[in-house]
Design a protein around this ligand. Structure first.
Ligand SMILES: Nc1ncnc2c1ncn2[C@@H]1O[C@H](COP(=O)(O)OP(=O)(O)OP(=O)(O)O)[C@@H](O)[C@H]1O
Ligand SMILES: [Mg+2]
Length: 231
């Protein structure tokens, strides 16, 4: 399976940082990788802001597939949930366009990291949540979470609903950027490790520290990518 869906327990949880750092890790290992953004809302330029951050973290310039729009075929101005941002422009989210763009990238790259917008239950259309789309496409999920208060609830719910829909769990990225209290973060980490065991994904967790986008450290994501991708 060459496409991984990078979902989050919430918006602003660190999906773009995690996606960019995973792509950086894979690139350093000479794996041909590209990132894609499902839908970008609140855009400031013709290339999705999240893709620009991915490329910066990967240490590469925007790619031809960024410039021709394949890595994010749908951009909307209003910074809101995709269904609402699209409605504001009298449009709807074109899921086929996204799927076709992913297929193009899959033909050109070994691995496609597809970053979602917001959390797993964010609506794309009135009859399709993000999680519905991921389940339909059968993409393995890499869920980005954090150690901040409230993450345990959101994480366990996101994992349980993903598994209930038959989505394979490829891993969990624990973003330390949002930690508010070290005891709370350490406890959440312990709970997540146990939860992953429940789904047969022991050790598929990577801790992500605060990253300087201008001088990223090297983080290993071997726990996620070295285990054959199937939990
Ligand atoms: N590991 C990190 N290192 C440095 N800053 C981070 C990190 N994680 C999150 N941040 C901070 O939190 C903000 C939100 O992170 P990010 O853009 O990755 O979230 P997101 O989940 O991709 O949001 P969206 O749902 O809008 O795509 C960033 O602009 C940055 O300031
Ligand atoms: Mg993002």
């Amino acid at each position: 399976m060459s496409v991984f869906f990078i979902g989050g327990i919430d918006t602003d949880i660190g999906k773009s940082y995690a996606t960019g750092m995973m792509a950086r890790y894979l690139l350093k290992r000479k794996i041909s990788v590209i990132t894609q953004k499902l839908v970008q809302t609140g855009v400031g330029s013709t290339i999705a802001d999240d893709l620009l951050l991915h490329r910066k973290l990967m240490g590469i310039v925007p790619q031809p597939r960024d410039i021709d729009g394949t890595t994010c075929p749908q951009l909307f101005k209003f910074p809101a949930s995709p269904h609402l941002a699209a409605a504001r422009e009298n449009r709807t989210i074109d899921l086929e366009l996204i799927t076709e763009a992913t297929a193009v990238l899959q033909r050109e790259y070994e691995i496609v990291l597809l970053e979602g917008a917001g959390g797993m239950h964010v609506p794309l259309k009135h009859d399709c949540l993000t999680i519905d789309y991921v389940a339909e496409q059968r993409y393995p999920l890499i869920l980005v979470t954090s150690g901040r208060l409230g993450s345990i609830n959101h994480t366990l719910m996101s994992l349980e609903t993903a598994v209930a829909r038959g989505i394979p769990i490829a891993g969990l990225v624990f973003n330390h950027c949002c930690d508010s209290n070290s005891e709370i973060a350490a406890d959440a980490l312990k709970i997540f490790c146990n939860e992953l065991k429940k789904y047969g994904c022991d050790n598929a967790l990577v801790e992500l520290p605060r990253v300087d986008e201008n001088n990223p450290v090297e983080i290993t994501f071997a726990n996620i990518f070295n285990k054959g991708f199937s939990c």
